[in-house]
Design a protein around this ligand. Structure first.
Ligand code: PLP
Length: 394
């Protein structure tokens, strides 16, 4: 297979990120020379165990948590499933769960399959969002009942970048004795998080969204929160998650968390400026284009723009000719012709939802790349509109 990576303008970082060179360097020895099993009694394995312990402390430091609250998993999806299923097993008599209409399929599809997975009937409340993608906290408050076992609300949306008020929502759940889980896969490394100061019981993150490899994730479980493992088996992760550790990727994730803790503030300022330049430039140069999602309560790297009367997939194909990588909706929903459930929940009209493109930047993007995209996009959209039977000019 011919592979290429030359001159790619990569603006699809909410789908996945490149591994930071420092992260790659940190993990390589554990793929080559240090292959011992961290659970082994001998020194050769023991030193690997110590490296895993260091990575756990690095993750905990980024999250403002304690190392023993960190469990390594295989991905964000596993962490989300584990948290929710643990809560339902902890409180088998409670049959209600509160979530939102805009969750990633990792939570959305789990909630659709709960009855099959648990053998019990559940009631799921999916909170509405407004046109800017924001939740109504009054609706949330009314949704919380004595029968609610867990709330699962994402910290930041993968399609629009909209950030939810997790601190307040977790507090409201705690006051009613309800467990609170947040899917923070898109937030970790992009917004400061201090779990010590929050009433969050579970948090999910994923390595490949913050410049570590694919196939490693974390589930944070607050000290004192009852926990029922999803993968039983060996005694790894203090019995919280069976299966020999993905050592090299765990070391990588630890390093990635260190880099994020060190650089987040400066990088966010730079990335936000690039994102804003891109967004403002596109909205100004392409008629009938609009931003999806709240202007300020949003991740600094994400811009979701609708170009009315054109198909997102067609736009992506044209962008691909210039090696510009972005996404139409979430990577998981592209491939289906349905517009994204997130944009539909926000009430974005069909003509605009179909033509939405998500640009998601990282600290590896440059101003020259933004200028290049700004130079190409107006012509791409214009040429597609000329072919559209619905386009009658601006
Ligand atoms: N949650 C959110 C918000 C995501 O964006 C993603 C990945 O796109 C996931 C969960 C799933 O993470 P993973 O790919 O590690 O399973």
């Amino acid at each position: 297979m011919d592979l290429h990576h030359d001159a790619v303008i990569y603006m699809d970082n909410n789908a996945t990120t490149r591994i930071a060179p420092e992260v790659l360097e940190a993990m390589m020895p554990f793929l080559a020379d240090y292959y011992g099993n961290p659970s082994s009694m001998h020194t050769f394995g023991g030193q690997v165990g110590q490296a895993v312990a260091k990575a756990r402390a690095q993750v905990a430091n980024l999250l403002g948590a304690e190392p023993e609250e960190i469990t390594f998993t295989s991905c964000g999806t596993e962490s989300d499933s584990t948290a929710i299923l643990s809560a339902l097993q902890t409180y088998p008599e409670k049959r209600h769960i509160v979530t939102t209409r805009v969750e990633h399929p990792a939570v959305k599809n789990l909630c659709e399959n709960l009855d099959r997975l648990t053998g019990h009937k559940h009631r799921v409340t999916r909170l509405k969002v407004d046109a800017e993608g924001m939740l109504d906290l009054e609706e949330y408050e009314e949704a919380l009942t004595e029968d609610t076992a867990i709330v699962s609300v994402m910290w930041a949306n993968n399609e629009t970048g909209v950030i939810f008020p997790i601190a307040r929502m977790a507090k409201m759940a705690r006051e009613r004795g309800i467990l609170f889980h947040t899917d923070a896969v898109q937030a970790v490394g992009k917004v400061p998080i201090s779990l010590r100061d929050l009433d969050v019981d579970f948090l999910a993150l994923s390595g490949h969204k913050l410049h570590a490899p694919k196939g490693v994730g974390v589930l944070y479980v607050r000290r004192g929160t009852m926990f029922v493992p999803f993968l039983t088996g060996g005694h790894q992760e203090k019995g919280r998650r069976g299966g020999t550790e993905n050592v090299a990727s765990i070391i990588a994730l630890g390093k990635a968390c260190d880099l994020a803790a060190e650089r987040m503030e400066d990088e966010n300022t730079r990335v936000r400026a690039l994102r804003d330049k891109l967004e403002e430039g596109l909205l100004a140069s392409v008629p009938r284009s609009m931003r999806n999602g709240h202007k300020t309560d949003r991740l600094p790297n994400t811009s979701n723009i609708s170009f009315e009367y054109v198909e997102g997939e067609a736009i992506l194909l044209h962008m691909n000719r210039y090696n510009i990588c972005a996404s139409s909706g979430s990577a998981c929903t592209s491939g289906s012709l349905e517009p994204s459930h997130v944009l539909r929940a926000m009430g974005v009209p069909f003509t605009a939802a179909h033509g939405s493109i998500r640009f998601s930047l990282s600290s590896y993007n440059t101003e020259a790349e933004v200028d290049f995209v700004l130079a190409k996009m107006p012509d791409i959209i214009e040429s597609l509109r000329q072919m559209s039977p619905f386009w009658k000019g601006n």
